[in-house]
Design a binder for this molecule. Sequence first.
Ligand code: UN1
Length: 498
Amino acid sequence: MANPRVYLNLIGGEWTPSTSGKTFESRNPADTRQVVGIFQDSNAEDIQAAVAAAKSAFESWRLMPAPKRGEILMRGAQLLQERKDQYAVEMTREMGKPVFETGGDIVEAVDMAYFAGGEGRRMHGVTTPSEMHNKFQMSIRTPIGVCGLITPWNFPMAVPSWKLLPALVCGNTIVMKPAEDTPASIFNLVQCLIDVGLPPGVVNIVTGYGPTAGQPLVEHPDVPVISFTGSTETGRLVNKLAADKIKHVSLEMGGKNAMIVLDDADLDLVFQGAVWGAFGTSGQRCTATSRIIVQRGVAEKVINHIVEKASQMRIGDGTDSQTEMGPVINQKQMEKILNYIEIGKQEGATLRCGGQRLSDGKYANGFFIQPTVFTDVKPTMRIAQEEIFGPVLSIITVDNFDEAIEVANGVQYGLSSSIYTRDVNAAYRAMRDINTGIVYINAPTIGAEIHLPFGGIKATGNGHREAGPQLIDAFSEWKSVYVDFSGSLQRAQIDNVD
Ligand code: UN1
């Protein structure tokens, strides 16, 4: 193999090595003998330099007309689309999921670039009548400053794009700290923007680990906005670290998403949806279907079919066009998932298929785990409560609709959910009564589109949403402006009561 590319940090438009003098390797999870890239193991000093560059670039970027900023995003989208096939293969090599999925990950970033770019021509505020004569009033959105973006490895380009592009169109400048497993895709995304004329310093990339690079970014006094996607455990820490400085913090965290299957469901749809929802991206989506709550009348049939389909899945290197499910991301995650499989067995759930690491032949150098299905799962078991983030599905049998909703809601998370039924009344009750930010009817828990808000409640989020019409809320501040053209002092009603 050719020598792996050495990626430098991007600071103020210059490719810059870390002052630590240290680097780390990103390896292919399907074959760890392959080094995908060598990245800077950055420290607080690098973060300091990147924040200073972003702060200085803010002064001109915030003054560029928003439609012009939007045009840069749209031209970047065009380039990204042209480079999609190459970038998809590179993403598969760093992250593992099949090329049809990584291509989709990139298309989602393309869509977001057009959607956010269009916001440059909207960014609507309101005007409202005044209580007084000859007075005009309006609210306008203003950029906030330097945004610190800390992004996950499971959607190496799509999820960062939900943060980066809306933040940019608002007029903010950026310091990104990509997940250490998948930084290359961030460089690819940002390269497209640079190639269409993004000014230096507007986006800065600093690679590295959470404690050494992420934490100084979260704590930096000149970074008023932190947007984070990752585990609830880390999100909680981010929130605490940012609290003293009263930062805007938006957190997108874990899920334990349930698919409810009622007796009257279209079962063919259920089988396909369950397998895709549970094992797509090797179960490594925060929206993954990790629980199926099935009504007793169809339970046996549903279980048998899912087990059959899961056992037949073609597992392998994601660059092989035959592959349906790739490896998991790294050794640590693999061990965590295998540990949960042990926990499930010890808790008394029945392991119906999978449960093993694949390590022979073509699997020898990768992190492959068989699609795993547990039945006889009780709602209180750890495998039914905790986020596993791997190809492990827990099936819980219930007697009726009410019990299904109660079990669905009986977890700490609240991201996504779904219900399969032909009963329109049951579907509407589920939409109302399931406590998640996203609800699907007759579709699995994954596959959110960018035109609707994405996010969850309870331990999944802290009240913010990404994408959708709300996409710029986290990255802009409202300013209310009163214009008095009466030529005299008019007191507001609060100070002027007869
Ligand atoms: C995530 O799981 O981190 O809804 C994001 C989906 C994708 C995004 C998932 N569009 O499945």
